[in-house]
Every structure is written in C-alpha cells, then in structure tokens.
Design a protein around this ligand. Sequence first.
Ligand code: PEP
Ligand code: MN
Length: 358
Amino acid sequence: MLLRLRSSPSATDLEVLERVARERGYGVRFLDRRRTVVELERESARAQPGDRVAFEDLAFVAGVLDASDAPELAERTPGREDTILRAGEAAFGGPFVSLAAGPCAVEDEECLLEIARAVRAAGATLLRGGAFKPRTSPYSFQGSGREGLERLARVGAEVGLAIVTEVLDPRDVEAVARVAEVLQVGARNMSNFALLAEVAKSGKTVLLKRGQAATAREFLLAAEHVLARGNARVILCERGVRGFDTVTRNVLDVGTIAHLKRVTHLPVVVDPSHAAGRAELVPPLARAGLAAGADGLIIEVHPRPHEARSDGAQAVSPAVFAEIARAAAALARLDGRRLVVGRGAPEPAAKAGEGVHP
Ligand code: PEP
Ligand code: MN
C-alpha cells in the first residue's frame, strides 16, 4: 500500500504513522526526498480489512493508493483541471501549447547553435537533442555523451532555450539533470522502472515517451511510477506505435492522444518526427496531433539533413519548422489556447494559404 501525505511529516506525524503501521504489521519506507510518499510493506502479503481506513483517517494522510493496477495519480478525477507544467519559458497543459525542436542527436556545436537560433526565432521554447542515443544497431552513432551535454548547455544558455534531452542510464541522471530542465525517457525505456525511479528523484520534468508497442494503460502506469515517487512533473509523449505498413516509420496514434486528454490531467505532447520517419509527413502529423488535443510538439530539425548522423530523413528544415509553428499557433487559437513563444520572439502568424496542404 502507498500513502500520499499532505506535506513532509512533522516528528509527531511520523511517530503516529509508525505506531499505526506497527500495530497493523507494516514497515514504513519513504519513496521520495520530500518524504511525502510512503510505502507500507508487510510480510503477509494481503492487507487486512480496516487497514486502508486506519491510514486514511490520519489527518496528515492525503490519500491511500491501493496496491492495485490503476494509474491513480495520473487519472483525471471528475472536475480535475489540466496540470500545467512549465520548463524554462515553455508551458504545457491547460491553455498553453509549447514547441520543442532541435536535431535528433547533438553533433557539432556550430550546427546546434544555428538550429537553436532558428527554432527559437520561429517559436520554440525548448531545445531538443540527444547526447545519449538509443540506437537499434550497436554499430550506429551512439551519441556524443557528456561532451554533448556540455554543448547543449552552452548553446541553450547562449540562445535562451531550456533543454530537453534523453537519459538512458540511471547513472547519468544527475549529469543530465544539471543541464536539462526536461529529462526525456525514450520509447525503448518506457518500462525501465529503475530509470523511472531515478528520473523521479531528480525532481525535474520528465518527458515520457510511449513504448513502441505499449497500450495507453501501460503508458499511464509507467507515468505512475514517476508520480508515485513524489514527482508530479510528467509530460506524456505520443511518438507512434509499431504498425504493419512501412509507409510511415510508426503509426501516429491520434486516437490515443484524444483518449489520454480525457483520462489524465497530465500534459500530452506529440512527436510527429519519429511517427512519420519522413520529413514531408511531419507537418500534417504535427497538425493532426494538435487537433486531437495535444499540448505541444517535439520536432526534429536540421538545416542539412543529409549531414545528420541520425534520423536525417525525418528532419525538417528550419523554414518548415517555422511553418509548423505558424500552424500550431493557429490551431491553438482555434481551441481557445495559446502558443507560448520565447521572450522577444515574434508570435507566429500564418501566411495566406499556408498549412492547408501537406
Ligand atoms: C528521440 O527522440 O530521438 C528518440 C530516440 O525517440 P524515441 O524514444 O521516441 O524513439
Ligand atoms: Mn531521432
């Protein structure tokens, strides 16, 4: 059984909690640094009738989370508003739509700087770029590692963009969290629970990508692993799931975007790049994601895609990214929402006839 406390327990709260737990045969273990999420473990596996109520009745307990398989913390309870998460100048959820953009992988610094300047001017508020790359083949470029993180930090500071970058290994979480406002957990790691525990501990915003063949429920339960450890800052990212057809790299699951917006209060963003696999399909998929209710986009951008060491085929040019940003602003307005752009960046305004054709 898990307990969520209203705030960090006082010495008296702790005494009471330990006494009630002891009387009922439970050991107490805190799961987060702020000591607001408590795991109650007992040797004989099943809770006794009355256990739940005994803990629920304590004034400092906000709620008892069953050891069930429901994503209780991610769930949108009746009347619950969207959670709004801010990272740097970006804001996701509620009335806010934001854009993250950048190369698939961090490569040379000059090119990263060129991309960062272009995407910020077009309306992005987060710079993406993988320093640690999960590659299907061990012989592909694996990323520039810690050196890549330093490049991201320098470029982000120079241009005024917060960083979102992937972390693959629990041992790198601290180093990545020093540089990034948003830690990306990639599709291949959605169910890496040790990694989820570690990113939760960092207290940073977590961009959790949907596993390549994960159901919506499995996706929400993966988010629950972060939430249950006291980190409420989770953004879900739909990036396409495995399909049978090869015309796209993955199948962008627009239905699940709409579904998630109904069943969870967490922000949902869309990565049309990894769904499309081809640059020309990225703008229409980006628009489809936003139309289905997504709170933002994460897009791969490269000025010379043929030079990119990973995912060049799906990288859009800065000019196409600017078009997507204009469409995003228009779609957000249509829904009574607003595209958030960086301070000093112009509000993207659609040109006549733009955004109609793929
Ligand atoms: C990425 O964002 O570069 C990436 C590897 O994405 P995914 O985990 O969705 O494949
Ligand atoms: Mn990529």
